[in-house]
Design a protein around this ligand. Structure first.
Ligand code: FE2
Ligand code: FE2
Length: 348
């Protein structure tokens, strides 16, 4: 594997070279960086995100960075803003500045599987839409965490690009692209958006509803920006207390978006995507007659995407098994819609 280091000081480069040991490593100082050599498998970026100029330089390098399959950013892991900014700058992995050599090599090795090392054409619409979507999500999460207004127009455009990519290349390609290239909450939101877009195509939703649904899917978990990362990315079962914290995210997302120009239908979907027809969901314990069609479709897409996503602590569940689980949620999800979803889940 060939690795390229970009860092804002020679000391950081030397430190990283020391951690990597006998690997095929090249490096450049951030100020001199023009991208990574052509055959690079992974790029490691370490720079002080408190220095605005570093962020500007990295942003300018983005078109070059996204050509590398795995992009590992090292930042102050306790600073949620920096973590969000790293993802907004197209990181596929974010590790702490003080990561040890073992963890760093483990992250690099994840890139060394056949599915992840396939070269991606620069014009691949799924790749372009996934990078744009992750960037939009990263900006929104970072804006929300630092109290700035969210750029909803950017999210709308990103959702439309995903819907176009799905129409062109179908869901299987989207799952492959997103699962291996984005982590955690961003991967989840991108998957939900793609699944919802494919579902909308399958059931022949009118264009305006497709737009509403995919936009809602992009925004649906934005309230997770308010949840501590220790809970959000916990690789084990949540305690009751932690679950209560997680369950605040739909209302937090709704509160963040009210007054931002987002339509009532989309606000409704953000707030109610965890409601179930039998009244057992949250935050408002709505019953079937109060749950809109867009919300019903979004909820099915959300549950399915959560099952098939690829987390470091959870391999993706096979799609037939995930569909079986949806079918077992009788009374909670709309049965005819779950029936119509079969083809999305299993075939496309
Ligand atoms: Fe959610
Ligand atoms: Fe979700």
């Amino acid at each position: 594997m060939t690795i390229h280091i970009i860092a804002d000081s020679q000391e950081k480069i030397s430190h990283l070279r020391g951690l990597l040991g006998p690997q095929d490593v090249t490096s450049s100082l951030l100020n001199d960086a023009t991208g990574a050599p052509k055959s690079t498998d992974a790029v490691i970026v370490r720079a002080d995100f408190a220095v605005a100029r570093n962020l500007v330089t990295l942003k300018a390098l983005l078109p070059k960075l996204v050509k590398v399959d795995r992009r590992i950013f090292l930042v102050d892991g306790k600073n949620r803003l920096f973590v969000s900014q790293a993802y907004a700058l197209s990181a596929t992995h974010v590790l702490d500045n003080y990561v040890n050599g073992g963890k760093l090599l483990a992250a690099l090795r994840q890139a060394d599987t056949p599915a992840q090392s396939q070269p991606v054409a620069a014009t691949d619409p799924a790749q372009e839409a996934s990078v744009g979507g992750a960037r939009s999500l990263g900006s929104m999460f970072s804006d929300l965490r630092s109290g700035r207004p969210i750029d909803v127009a950017d999210a709308k455009a990103a959702a439309a690009a995903i819907a176009d990519a799905i129409a062109e290349q179908r869901l299987t390609n989207w799952l492959k692209t997103v699962r291996h290239r984005h982590e955690g909450t961003y991967q989840h939101c991108l998957l939900v958006t793609g699944v919802a877009a494919q579902f909308a195509l399958k059931i022949g939703l009118p264009g305006a509803d497709v737009e509403r649904l995919t936009f809602a899917a992009m925004l649906h978990d934005i309230g997770k920006a308010k949840i501590p990362l220790a809970i959000l990315d916990k690789p084990a079962k949540l305690t009751d207390q932690e679950r209560t914290v997680i369950e605040t995210h739909p209302a937090a997302g709704y509160d963040a978006l009210v007054g931002s120009g987002v339509s009532d239908e989309v606000l409704d979907a953000v707030r109610h995507h965890h409601e179930f027809l039998d009244g057992s969901g949250y935050p408002d314990a709505l019953c079937s007659e109060s749950i809109s069609d867009v919300v019903r479709i979004l909820t099915i897409s959300d549950v399915f995407a959560a099952l098939v996503e690829d987390r470091r602590y959870k391999p993706p569940m096979p799609r037939p098994k995930a569909y079986e689980i949806l079918c077992e949620m009788r009374g909670k999800l709309e049965a005819p819609l779950v029936g119509a979803f079969k083809e999305v889940a299993l075939v496309l």
